[in-house]
Design a protein around this ligand. Structure first.
Ligand code: ATP
Ligand code: MG
Length: 767
């Protein structure tokens, strides 16, 4: 299939070189309204490479959006000649909507690297001779499931060789193999026997299943461009203007793709902020942005320095924090905004206390008339979510968790999507294995193995075995008739790929009586699962409405590409949505009037892994014990610690008006309660930006006076006690009752500590 098929459709090329038409000047000018002079300069850059280098909240994304409209309006590009690349699907959706609001046109390609690559491969992958355009996309969960089976098949123990870790190594190796890394050879360490064998088996399984994983989407596109200059040139000709947001987090493969695709016209606009590079652990290469001027000679560089998002206090704090990084170029941001309320820091007893403090604060904000969808809670690691969710649920505050994978990883959703995947690509073995016993059909492990072996020997997919009478004859009893029934069912639904997604889904649900099965399953979560399925139906219907040509395959692609940094749903404009919970990584590019960052503790944030290289040596797995590098000497710490600090900077700069940071002195994780220390990042905040609340005052007020009868050990102020970690100390103050009872204890050498009596196990030594 030639790309010229769709290039012919436009037929307007001739008019494009004639430059802006005077009649359009005023309208084009209108598109630049509300931009400051450097933003304007960037949005109306006449052509050639352009680098927009700027701090958080300075309008980079806004400029890219306006520029797309401006390029089209001034005739510099027809809509379909514009390619804009965003970091998440959500960002792509938003950008598309905004462009459409500015200019009633459709046609620009706006999407993530993965979505754009998938779109190109649907047309072009045939050239490689090994895959067809109907390929399935395996997400990370599919990949891990396949790896688990292969690891077992090869006789290794998946508990020792964890599929997710093996998968990460394979991914790393693939990406490194495909492109030369700057300043490092890398790739060893993973080259041992087990990994090699699993990797070979994995590649073979993908090929047999006509499936690509996330890495392949980019790598195969790159391979097509490298091997077939004609195809590459067709795309490079087509896309007159290429724009990339969040360029600081592109990896080498993405860099190469961008180079290829902008190679004819040289109109490449990128924007980014090196201080917000937070994905180097996934291969993002900061040099892509730092070396832009060298890689694209003659590049115009525009710097944006006015921040439009945050209050003065928040901006000042964020800049003070990021200045502790050594590996950076200093840049100043300023704002016209008022200083605004000080940043508040909550010191809490444990994770539940922290969650309750946050909920109480949200209630107070609500009372002030602040809508819940203006509020976000961020955390560095996922497990923190649990306590927060619990408290929000108990207080009946609606919330949503950003991260599309959450939804699509749910069992019931995976089940149904797997059916659709098998119907769309019968070679998709991972999906086939999943649906064999949905609903329960009594096809046991052994029977499945026999069928899988039969298929493997013949080099055909598992679904062919299920459809083959010869193969089914190998299995006995109920399994045999069940397999036959499944084969018939798949045959009956064979036409599904030609249906709109919602219709295909409904036919599957009916054919397997999914709701009936759920209801009779005795699963305590049956009801919420049914609700999720309803949500999936609604998603499919929305997809059909927005993509009348998309059909089932288009929908599956959409589902597969929901990356883990994407959110489920943005609240409708004007409606009041719920509070949003998300990891700091997922918060990139977003903004909220009110932000909470929970778990501001050493080893959580900065993450323990990053502290390992706080001594400044590079790379993973060095043997630093994390005890050094307290940040107080102005040393930025190692590269891992600097990346954590950039992540903190990203978190801080999401907040527009109010910012709350919290930490807990004890926290339960994996069933164990540990003592925590406040994050070093808290010490990096300028005191002038903080609301200096007296924690003791506050606590006495909220907890009430000490109730000696409510605790198991008889304690009084003035008692000498022993603590397993801090040693011997004197109780200075007691407040609260029962599980909330706390003691302030002065420990020589450690200072005063506030301890939760129910965890502290204080032993009374005397008075
Ligand atoms: P980040 O680094 O977080 O991605 P960004 O540089 O992309 O931020 P935007 O999200 O584009 O910044 O803009 C931040 C906020 O400032 C948005 O609410 C945007 O509408 C607003 N903004 C940007 N430029 C202007 C301007 N010239 N006048 C008024 N508001 C602006
Ligand atoms: Mg942005």
């Amino acid at each position: 299939m030639s790309p010229l098929d769709w290039m012919d459709i436009q037929g307007t090329q001739g008019s494009l070189d004639s430059g802006p038409k005077p009649a359009l000047d005023r309208e084009a000018e209108d598109l630049l309204e509300g931009l400051n002079p450097p933003q304007r300069e960037a949005a109306s850059h006449p052509g050639g490479p352009l680098l927009i280098l700027a701090g958080a909240g300075s309008g980079k994304t806004r400029v890219i959006t306006r520029r797309i409209a401006w390029l089209v309006r001034t005739g510099r590009a027809a809509p379909h000649e514009v390619l804009a690349i965003t970091f998440t699907n959500k960002a792509a959706r938003e950008m598309r909507e905004r462009v459409e609001r500015l200019l009633p046109v459709q046609g620009p390609w706006i999407g993530t690297f993965h979505a754009i690559s998938a779109r190109i491969l649907r047309r072009e992958i045939g050239a490689l001779g090994t895959y067809t355009g109907e390929f399935s996309i395996y997400d990370t969960a599919d990949r891990n499931q396949l790896l688990k089976r292969l690891i077992k098949d090869l006789g290794y123990d998946p508990a020792r060789f964890r599929p997710s870790a093996v998968g990460a190594c394979i991914s790393d190796g693939k990406n490194r193999g495909a492109v030369r890394q700057r300043g490092g050879e890398g790739g060893e360490g993973m080259e041992h026997e087990v990994l090699r064998r699993v990797r070979d088996a994995y590649d073979e399984a993908l090929l047999r299943a006509n499936a690509l994983d996330f890495d392949d989407l980019l790598l195969k596109t790159l391979e097509v461009f490298q091997r077939f200059a004609g195809v590459r040139d067709a795309y490079a000709h087509r896309f007159r203007h290429v724009l990339v947001d969040e360029y600081q987090d592109t990896n080498r493969v993405q860099y190469e793709l961008v180079r290829h695709i902008s190679s004819v016209h040289g109109n490449l606009d990128v924007c980014g902020d090196p201080d917000q590079s937070i994905y180097t652990w996934r291969g993002a290469d900061i040099h892509n942005i730092l070396d832009f001027e060298r890689d694209f000679p003659g590049a115009r560089v525009v710097k944006l320095e006015q921040n439009y998002r945050s209050s003065g206090v928040i901006l000042e704090a964020a800049q003070a924090v990021i200045r502790n990084n050594r590996q950076r170029k200093e840049k100043e941001l300023w704002t016209e905004a008022a200083r605004g309320p000080a940043i508040r820091v909550f010191e809490c007893g444990d994770e539940n206390d922290e969650a309750e403090r946050i909920v109480a604060e949200i209630r107070a904000l609500q009372a002030e008339g602040i809508r819940l969808d203006r509020i976000a809670i961020f955390y560095r690691v996922n497990f923190l979510q649990r306590a927060l969710e619990r408290a929000l649920r108990l207080s009946a505050l609606p919330y949503q968790i950003a991260g599309g994978v959450e939804f699509y990883a749910r069992r019931e959703i995976k089940d149904l999507v797997s059916y659709l995947q098998v119907l769309s690509n019968p070679a998709n073995d991972v999906a086939m294995v999943r649906i064999v016993n949905v609903p329960a059909r009594g096809i046991g492990e052994r029977s499945l193995e026999l069928l899988a072996d039969w298929a493997k020997e013949r080099g055909v997919p598992l679904s062919s075995a299920i459809r083959s009478q010869e193969a089914r004859a190998l299995v006995r009893g109920r399994a045999r008739s069940s397999a036959e029934a499944l084969a018939q069912l798949l045959e009956r639904l064979e036409h599904a790929p030609r249906l709109p997604a919602a219709e295909a889904l409904d036919q599957v649900i009916d054919a397997i009586d999914y709701f009936g099965w759920l209801a009779s399953s005795g699963d305590p979560e049956a009801e919420s699962r049914a609700e999720n399925v309803e949500e999936l139906r609604a998603n499919a219907a929305t997809f059909d409405r927005q993509n009348p040509e998309g059909l089932l395959r288009g929908f599956l692609e959409d589902v597969a590409l929901v990356s883990e940094v994407d959110s489920i749903d943005a609240a409708e404009e004007g409606a009041t949505g719920p509070v949003t919970l998300m990891t700091l990584h997922a918060a990139k590019g977003l903004e909220f009037p009110v932000v909470f960052i929970a778990g501001m503790e050493e080893e959580l944030f900065p993450h323990a892994r990053a502290l390992m290289d706080a001594d400044g040596s590079d790379g993973d797995g060095n043997d630093g014990d994390g005890s050094d590098g307290d940040g107080s000497d102005g040393d930025g710490g190692g590269p891992g610690l600097e990346e954590e600090r950039r992540l903190f900077y990203v978190g801080l700069t999401r907040a527009m008006d109010r910012l709350h940071l919290s930490w807990a002195r004890t926290r339960m994780h994996f069933g164990e309660t540990s003592w925590r220390e406040g994050s070093r990042f808290l010490d990096e905040l300028p005191p002038a930006c903080l609301d200096a609340e007296d924690p003791e005052e506050d606590e006495a007020e909220s907890l009430g006076s000490f109730d000696a009868k409510s605790v198991s050990v008889a304690l009084a102020e003035g008692d000498i006690v022993r603590h397993s970690h801090f040693g011997t100390g004197r109780i200075e103050r007691l407040v609260g009752a029962g599980p909330n009872a706390r003691a302030t204890v002065a420990f020589p050498g450690h200072g005063a500590k506030i301890l939760l009596l129910s965890y502290a196990n204080l032993v009374k030594l005397g008075r």
